[in-house]
Structures are given as structure tokens and as C-alpha cells.
Ligand binder design. Sequence first.
Ligand code: BGC
Length: 244
Amino acid sequence: MQVLGVDIGGSGIKGAIVDTTDGAFVTERLRIETPQPSKPEAVAAVVGDISAHFDWNSAIGCTVPAVVKRGVTMTAANVDSTWIGADAKGLLETATGNPVLVLNDADAAGVAEMKFGAGRERDGLVAILTLGTGIGSSLFIDGRLVPNTELGHLIIRGKDAEERATDRARQQRGYSWKQWGKRVSEYLEYLESLITPDLFIIGGGVSKRHQKFFPYLKCQTEVLPAQLRNRAGIVGAAVAAVDM
Ligand code: BGC
């Protein structure tokens, strides 16, 4: 089945038609800058443009950097605060004229990784963490998603983990790979003490440089780099929409 996957981020909105049987892009990826301010209506209009660009008349899966309950966005990370309480599903369906499944960006990335990437055929408890501007988390128990976990906001040494273990923190604070790797390790060790997972998968753009910081990870749990990289959100959104 083919589904249009859309990934809404703080700086770009990306879409492509995905073959949900193998996770491959059937089209080129289209990227449009996120409007500023990134209010729900303005962002929905861009998703409408993406849908029109692909001449799309079928299901859409769409990520947002937010907690999503029954199509309503409950938080807003790196997008306008008016997303809090917005009927994201309704806005996107009106803008595109198509049925839309809306889900958290990290949950979508996790869905893609579990189906086509590092989590394939892995059972037990798998925790996928995307280390980017924020920390996104998704949890899978025997392959089934537990949505909206927000484990990136655990408090470590009195601070939100996002202030220590994101790629943004690494760049802004000029951490060496060793300094940053130790902070990521501390975060994973804390998470491990709370949920005892069977596998950690580290995603986000920085995961392609995993050789630089994985040597500093001291947790007991197996850790693997994500495989789908920047395709994960689009692919996961499309796959999640199949069940809609
Ligand atoms: C948000 C999550 C989101 C993650 C990645 C965090 O700040 O709280 O909802 O998944 O950033 O965008």
C-alpha cells in the first residue's frame, strides 16, 4: 500500500509517498520551510500544499513534535505554543481533503525503526530515543507501541535531560564527543534503572556518527544506532496510517 508520509519539524516540513510494505520512498522527498510563526493553520496549509504537490487523494500519516491524543496536540516542542489543545487532525484533514493520522514524531520514528530498521524482529521492551533538538522517545513492548512517553524530559542532575543529552546541547555547549557521550550514557543509565529495557535504539541525525560517542556508553542494555535516519519520521507516519 502507498501512503503519503509527512514529518512536521521546527524548521522544515517534509513529505514523500511511501511504499508501506518495504518502507521505500516511491517519490522524491519534498521539503518546505516551516512557516514562522509556526501556527497550526499556517503549518496545515503547507501540508495541504505537499498533498496537492503529490496530487494525493488517500490516507496521510503526519508527525508533529508534540504529544497527540485522539488527534489533538497536547504539547508543542519547537513549534508555536498555539498547537497546545489544537485539533491537529481536523486542521490537517481540512487542509488536505484527506484522512490524516497524526502522531508524535518520535513515535513515528520508532514505528519505522521497529518495522524496517534496527528494531526489526526484536521483542521485549525496546526504547528508541531520538537525540536532536529535543529528545524524543518511543517505547515498544513486543513490537507494540506505547505512545506519548516523553522520556526525554527526565530530570538529571536537576536539569531536563534535553539540556544535557541532545545534539543541540552538544553543539551549543561545545561538548567534545567524550563529554557528550558521558552525558548520553548518564541519561541511558538512568532510564535503564527505571524501565530495564532489552534494547536501546539511538536515532536522530547524530546517530550516523555513533562511532564517535557509543564507546562512552556504559549502560548494561544493548544499544544500536537507528538505521532509517532522516527517513524515519516520514516512513513511520505512513506505516502507522495504514491501520487507520
Ligand atoms: C518533545 C517530544 C518530541 C521530541 C522530538 C521533545 O521536546 O517533548 O514530544 O517527540 O522533542 O521532537
